[in-house]
Structures are given as C-alpha cells and as structure tokens.
Design a protein around this ligand. Structure first.
Ligand code: 3PG
Length: 402
C-alpha cells in the first residue's frame, strides 16, 4: 500500500484517521486518560506530517456513543494530552464536520494540528454513511489511515472517506501490517504461535490459518480444556467447555497432524472451586498434577508450572513468536502467573522476533512489565485478530496500491 512517504504533503490539508479510542476514567468530575499508548504510537506519523509541512486534521471514534453526544465519550481530553506528547499546540473542534470544523481546518498553518470531535457522535459513522464520509473529505485534500485498531470496521471515517480523497497509510498502520501480516508470510523458523483465550469458536479461524504457517502451536487459556479432554482423556470438571467445541478442536488436532505441526496443550492447571470474575475473586485454589483429572465442581483458571516449563522450552527455540490470548484469568492475581511466566519466556528469547498480537495478551505483557522486551506490540484488538485470521480489513483495502 502507498504510505505517507509516497506522496507530497507540503501545505496540504491531511485528514488522518487515528485510533484514539483510549480508556478514560472519571476523576473529580473530569475524564482522565488511563493509558495513552494508542496516542503515543501515532507520534511518528504525526511528527512526519508536521515536519513535511502538512496541515494535520485528526479524527477518531471513542467508545460506543451510538450517534449521540456524550460528554463522557468526548475526545476533548485527548487534545491537551496529545499536545504535550507532540510538543506542539493541538486545536480542538467540537464539531466533526460542517462549517465550523471546515473554518478551523482552513485556518491551520503548515504544521498545525486540529483534532475533531468523536466520529461516533454521528449515527452515520457506523453505517459507513456517504454524507458523513463526504463531510470529512470536504475538510481535507488527502486521507491518511493510521487507525489500525479500527481497520476491521467499514465505517465512514475508516473506509468510506477514501471514496472521496486520495488515501494512503500512516506509519503505525504500515508497522502493524508488517509485523502482523508480512512477517508471518515468510517467518524465520522455528515459528511458534501461542494462542489463548476463552472460547474455541472465537479462535478457530486463527488456529486454522496459523496451522498453515507455524512449526508449533501452543494452546492455553479457557479453550485449552476442550483440547485436553480430547487429547488427554481427562475429566475437566466445570472448566470452560461446550460439546460443540469438540469437533472444532478435533479438526484442528487432525490438521496439525496432517501438516506436521507440533500442537502443545497444557498438562496441568490451577483450579478453583469458586470463580467470580466481576468481583475478581477465586475460592480455594490448587494445582493439579500432570494429566490429572479436574474434580467435579472445580474449574481450571490458569496453566500450571509443568505447562509453563513445556511451553517455555519450545518458546526458547523459536526464531519468530506470535502470541494472541492469555493463558488464564490474568485479571485476577492468583491466576495471572501462567500468562506472566509465558510473557517472561517470550521476553527471554532475545534471538527471536517476538510479536504480541493484540487485546488481552498485550494487557498481560504490560501488567508483567515486559512490554519493552518485545519486538512488536500491536495496538489492535479485534483488528489484530481479524488480520491474523487472514481477513481483508476494510480500512486497509480502501488504501491506494503502490
Ligand atoms: C478497539 O478498541 O478495538 C477499536 O478502537 C475498535 O473499537 P470498536 O470495537 O468499538 O469498534
């Protein structure tokens, strides 16, 4: 795809779709940003545009306000946060499109930055409405999509607007596609894929696609119990499981055999007799032995030390590692160890390209304070997953080819 390096930007009004869908928390009546990673990750693109003398007009969604103005989901707090990170003034427009937004866009000097209010204050955004797309396009002369985290959405600001402006990718978008797509086409081997998460059916497309590329697939998290039931023949108590997941898991096991891909599943677990996710509480907990049954009334909430050992040995041999999905309920302290230990194992392999493919595995790596030890950490959640599934993302498909 064409990127901002391939076009003339000087003095051009450039509409940049960013993913500033950052977590906010109310403190003393003010909305405060609790994690600004997504803002920081756009800085290379924004600095490049400023340096080239572009007039930068930023747009993003925040939360899911469903077409209504909602002060708690305003992008207003992002403007001062961005200004501080960029070291330059950032103007804010309370309108996303229309005359007042246009006036502010036209008044921008070369290198100036304007942030527009939440695109999802408009009901048309999520319908990919042409009026809204035209309204956004009317503010600028070029469209840059740097919102990888929203690229799986076919919305007015992520895809529709490209019908009306020359459209290229930003540097974050380019980097995400390099690590989550290009690198995986011809990975340096051994290529080890670590997949976790709760439900087999949510991850089956990723498993199937990566079974075609990987040397080893490691399965952890809630979905591992279905695999353990089949492969080890153990009883799994009340661990996450649905009968309809069994044929899906069985098909993956067969495909792995057929293709000579090593499929590693946990051999032990941390189990509990009570689990309240909302209260972040477990009842009694203990580790099972290797390939031991999980008793009636108990459920697995994390992988155990023998699984960590097994997985770590494999991770240590890898030249490329991609990880998507935690090993257990890492949000609760007692059941976070498996995910943290796997994060340690990935971080310890400095000879490998280590790619953290979005969502909860990113949270686990950050909680383990190992983010700066990884080669690449995605800013996408749903977008990373869909890209790893091999899907075409509308926010990428709409960009010009080189
Ligand atoms: C995300 O946080 O994954 C993206 O910003 C997309 O948000 P959405 O799921 O509300 O479309």
């Amino acid at each position: 795809k064409k990127t901002i390096r391939d076009i003339d930007l000087s003095n051009k009004r450039v509409l940049v779709r960013v993913d500033f869908n950052v977590p906010l928390e109310e403190k003393d009546g003010q909305m405060v940003i609790t994690d600004s990673t997504r803002i920081q990750e756009t800085l290379p693109t924004l600095k490049y545009l400023i340096e080239k003398g572009a007039k930068v007009i930023l747009c993003s969604h925040l939360g899911r306000p469903k077409g209504q103005r909602d002060p708690k989901q305003s992008l207003a707090p992002v403007a001062p946060a961005l200004a501080e990170l960029l070291g330059t003034a950032v103007e804010f427009s309370e309108e996303t499109t229309g005359e007042s937004a246009k006036a502010k866009a036209l008044a921008l000097p070369a290198g100036g930055v304007l942030l527009l209010e939440n695109t999802r204050y408009h009901a048309g955004e999520e319908k990919n409405d042409a009026e809204l797309a035209k309204g956004l396009a009317d503010l600028a002369e070029v469209f840059v999509n740097d919102a990888f985290g929203s690229a799986h959405r076919a919305h007015s600001s992520t895809a529709g607007v490209a019908d009306y402006l020359p459209a290229v990718s930003g540097l974050l978008m380019e980097k995400e596609l390099t690590y989550l797509h290009d690198e995986l086409e011809n990975p340096e081997r051994p290529f080890v894929v670590i997949l976790g998460g709760a439900k087999v059916n949510d991850k089956i497309e990723v498993i199937n696609r990566l079974l075609e590329k990987a040397d080893t697939i490691i399965i952890g998290g809630g979905m591992a119990y279905t695999f353990r039931k089949i492969v080890q023949g153990i009883s799994i108590g009340k661990s996450l499981y649905k009968p309809e997941w069994e044929p899906i898991a069985q098909a993956a096991i067969d495909k792995a055999k057929e293709r000579g891909v090593k499929l590693l599943i946990p051999v032990d677990a941390m189990i509990t007799d009570a689990f309240d996710f909302d209260a972040k509480k477990l009842g009694n907990t203990k580790y099972t032995g290797v390939n031991e049954n999980i008793p009636e009334g108990w459920e697995g909430v994390d992988i155990g030390p023998e699984s960590v050992k097994l997985f770590s040995e494999e991770i240590a041999k890898a030249k490329t590692v991609i990880w998507n999905g935690p090993m257990g309920v890492f949000e609760i302290k007692e059941s976070a160890k498996g995910s943290f230990d796997v994060a340690e194992a990935v971080a310890a392999n400095s000879a490998a390209k280590t790619i953290i493919g979005g969502g909860d595995s990113v949270k686990a790596v950050k909680k383990a304070k190992l983010a700066d030890k990884m080669t690449f950490i995605s800013t996408g959640g749903g977008a990373s997953l869909e890209l790893l599934e091999g899907k075409i993302l509308p926010g990428v498909a709409c960009l010009q080819e080189k």
